[in-house]
Write a protein that binds this ligand. Structure first.
Ligand code: SF4
Length: 377
């Protein structure tokens, strides 16, 4: 037996018991990982996920409602300086039709995702949120629309939004500066995440794996940041270059390291909602299945209208851009049942202690049913 592997397995046991390691211990695990160590980690991750969520895999219906963005993140295909991006915005009615179709297909969480687009002022978004929640009271609504003020976030929460995804991208301020123009800072990103938590959202953060300049030390900081923030969701995926960005020539991250990190995150945050992301499925044709087997428990098929899908191109070769929502749903069902898990029709709330208190219940459903009856679009 390789003694170094034994020491690393001890670190994995320690992570399972204590839910955090020192920065140096995380670096040792990341740098010393082998396929044998990964298998040991994934086995534990599957068991822990099983204890909290059984064989259930939750669906999130992703609605990419605008690809306009005022920001210029160096890695992003829809950054404002990309003059070759063909821009679009969805109307409230178009967004609602995506939800309607998604609801028929068994989705009970909708994720409104977009660039930081000033067209959607707070009042416009509040109206969209209220309308979706009135139409689909048994569904959770997640927003993923970047940095806004505390007051904006609070108005979205009061309008009924349940969850908010805001990737932190990297918890190292200097590395953050390598991925973003100076106007964007890790401090500001962190403040937004803290604000969202304080307001009461179920919060998701996350990062790219293998982004330009990233080291194992950076990843260790990301993991320690997750421990500090205690988010209900964590979205990670491999960095994949987009040909019209300053990072066009940069190498992609790997599925292998992304999977290893998914396993570590499951041990750190046992009840976390952890997507097997589209980027993982893009870099490896079986990436999403492997993600579930490494401890993930969420998949996020696309509900955006097919005619705009290839315009929301954050990175090259993104999968599923030509498929109808129903095709995606059928495909993901087959993939997940093929590895012994099951997609469930469920909001898929966090089972984390101290998670969101604003869960759906039958009393509120009756009130909401009345609201729907009175509701005229
Ligand atoms: S990563 Fe987000 S904020 Fe940055 S340019 Fe892309 S859409 Fe805009």
């Amino acid at each position: 037996m390789n003694p170094a592997i034994d020491q690393l397995k001890d670190l994995i046991d320690k992570l399972e018991a204590e839910h955090v390691l020192s920065g140096q211990e995380f670096v040792s695990l990341i740098d010393g990982r082998t396929s044998e160590l990964s298998e040991c980690l994934f086995e534990k991750a599957r068991r822990i996920r099983q204890e909290h969520y059984g064989n259930d895999v939750y669906l999130r219906g992703l609605i990419e409602f605008t690809n306009y963005c005022k920001n210029d993140c160096y890695y992003c295909g829809i950054r404002k300086s990309n003059g070759r991006a063909s821009r679009y915005r969805l109307t409230k009615d178009q967004i609602l039709s995506c939800c309607e179709q998604g609801y028929r297909l068994g989705f009970r969480t909708f994720v409104l995702q977009g660039g930081e687009d000033g067209f959607y002022r707070d009042d416009v978004l509040v109206e969209i949120i209220r309308t979706i929640k009135a139409h689909f009271p048994d569904c959770a609504l997640t927003l993923s629309i970047g940095e806004r003020s505390y007051e904006s976030y609070r108005s979205f929460y009061e309008a009924g939004a349940d969850r908010y995804l805001l990737r932190h991208e990297t918890a190292d301020p200097a590395h953050y500066g390598k991925l973003h123009p100076p106007v964007l800072t890790f401090e500001a990103r962190k403040k937004c995440l803290m604000d969202l938590k304080e307001i009461g959202f179920e919060v998701g953060c996350g990062f790219m794996v293998g982004s330009p300049g990233q080291t194992s030390e950076h990843l260790a900081k990301d993991l320690i940041f997750l421990h500090e923030l205690q988010p209900q969701m964590v979205g990670i995926g491999p960095f994949i270059a987009h040909h019209d960005t300053p990072f066009a020539a940069e190498e992609s991250g790997t599925a292998e390291l992304t999977l290893f990190l998914l396993g570590l995150i499951r041990l750190m945050l046992p009840a976390v909602l952890l997507p097997a992301t589209t980027a993982l499925g893009t870099i490896d044709p079986l990436g999403r299945e492997k993600g579930i087997l490494a401890g993930a428990n969420v998949v996020m098929p696309n509900l955006s209208p097919v005619e705009v899908r290839d315009k929301y191109m954050l990175y090259d070769n993104k999968i599923c851009t030509g498929d109808e929502a129903a095709e995606c749903r059928g495909c993901i069902d087959r993939r997940i049942s093929g590895i012994g898990y099951q997609i469930v029709v469920d909001r898929g709330d966090s089972k984390q202690v101290g998670g969101d208190s604003r869960k759906f219940d039958s009393d509120s459903k009756q009130a909401d049913d009345a609201a729907i009856r009175n509701f005229n679009r």
